[in-house]
Design a protein around this ligand. Structure first.
Ligand code: NZQ
Ligand code: ZN
Length: 393
């Protein structure tokens, strides 16, 4: 068994009415002046925002609000949030929404605690984050796993660079998770969430560093639970059981548990981020677009790993290692298609791209030759180019 560090300090309160603990938890974690961050309006329309502000009013906790976070959250709004938080003397950031809102909240927390540093320099690694403010989450979308993750992904709207920052300062203090809050999701977002949750697991499962049996079993069972409950949720978004299972899978898929002891791969995420940065497509959709091409390209690296995935996740028993492994890729791509997830550029809605765009995305994905992508197979620029070309249909 490989050694590992497991650090997942977020307090999770899960179930009906979980959001009613917001004021109590903010106080418990030392918040005395709050900035509440939210998105384009779903939490206003559902009345959730009002349920949160009422608690703060009742408890006498002052707050300011910042709405307007867009999917693929923009650096410019996070910078505005930092300014607003500093002006208001904020010491706690509350995110009410999905991954984009949570990641913006994390960026605001970092910027407010470090007023002399422009936040983007944490994402470009020019500055090292050494302190931040506490962040709490009221989750409305099961997908990104940001409510327990150590990651925050921001898009620089001047350069169209979408970058992730991994640090334990990104771990929220608490996450309030009521599956009923996800009933109002459009089916497209449920689909994107299903893909993203599966991909957080698969981008860890396909690793070059094998040997942690329990980690594999947890990842495989999480994937089976998603494959079972995803279609149920799409059929009936008010199915409490299915929405609960998906919500909990979302958090466990990205708090580190499903990859302990292995080197994370995250190549599909890196490939997808270029698509979202350039075309502003939904994160989950960018992942289903890229995974099949990644898997087929990387299959020779370790056919047995794909065969294990086929046996344990898809229940495929007949055939050679090669046959089971390849069938597992086909089954996964078919599953994505069955839940309405795109598996090519055309299905993603961006059409077949000219050669120069594929070249440009390949350059950007490997940071112009400064890095390789992934660990299952360390992809160089040519590998990335081949994979984009396979998906470009
Ligand atoms: O803005 P509003 O009006 O709230 O609408 C949102 C948004 O349009 C809507 N929505 C959210 N909850 C809803 C709802 N609509 C109705 N009812 C509800 N209950 O859903 C839309 C998408 O929201 P968004 O937050 O963008 O989605 P998601 O949670 O999938 O987050 C995606 C972002 O997270 C990043 C992605 O790259 C992307 O930028 N990720 C963050 C990660 C992390 N921090 O650990 C890891 C992930 O791999 C991912 O990269
Ligand atoms: Zn993701």
């Amino acid at each position: 068994m490989n050694s590992f560090t497991f650090y997942s300090p977020t307090k999770v309160i899960f179930g009906k009415d979980a959001e009613l603990n917001a004021a109590k938890e903010i106080k418990e974690f030392g918040g005395t002046k709050v900035i509440i961050v939210y998105g384009g309006g779903s939490v206003v329309r559902s009345g959730l925002l009002e349920r949160i502000t009422k608690q703060l009013d009742d408890e006498g906790i002052p707050y300011t609000t910042l709405g307007g976070v867009k999917p693929n959250p923009r650096l410019s709004l996070a910078r505005e949030g930092v300014k607003q938080a500093i002006e208001n003397g904020v010491d706690f950031v509350l995110a009410v929404g999905g991954g984009s809102v949570i990641d913006t909240a994390k960026a605001i927390a970092h910027g407010t605690a470090n007023p002399e540093i422009d936040i983007w320099s944490f994402w470009t690694r020019e500055a090292v984050l050494e302190k931040s403010l506490p962040v709490g989450v009221v989750l409305t979308l099961s997908a990104a796993g940001s409510e327990t993750s150590n990651s925050a992904v921001i898009t620089n709207d001047e350069t169209h660079n979408k970058r992730g920052l991994a640090t334990d300062f990104n771990r929220p203090r608490f996450a309030l998770m009521n599956p009923e809050l996800t009933y109002s999701l459009p089916k497209y977002q449920i689909m994107c969430g299903i893909v993203d949750i599966m991909m957080h697991t698969m981008d860890r499962y396909f690793t070059s560093d094998l040997g942690n049996e329990l980690t594999d079993e947890i990842a495989e069972s999480l994937l089976r639970v998603m494959i079972k409950n995803g279609p149920v949720a799409l059929e009936n978004p008010r199915d409490y059981h299915a929405m609960s299972e998906i919500m909990w899978c979302g958090s466990l898929s990205h708090n580190g548990l499903t990859g302990l002891g292995g080197k994370q791969d995250f190549a599909t995420h890196a490939l997808g981020h270029e698509l979202s940065g350039k075309f502003d497509v939904a994160h989950g959709a960018s992942l289903s677009t890229m995974w099949g091409s990644w898997a087929r390209y990387c299959f020779p690296q370790n056919p047995e790993r794909f065969a294990q995935f086929g046996r344990k996740v898809w229940g495929i028993t007949e055939g050679s290692i090669e046959e089971i492994g390849r069938a597992a890729i086909d089954r996964t791509v078919e599953f994505f298609a069955s839940v309405g997830a795109p598996t090519s550029f055309t299905e993603l809605g961006i059409g077949v791209q000219p050669e120069e765009v594929i070249q440009e995305m390949s350059d950007r994905c490997v940071f112009y030759g400064k890095r390789t992508v992934g660990t299952f197979k360390a992809l160089n620029r040519d590998d990335v180019y081949q994979i984009y070309t396979m998906a470009n249909k």
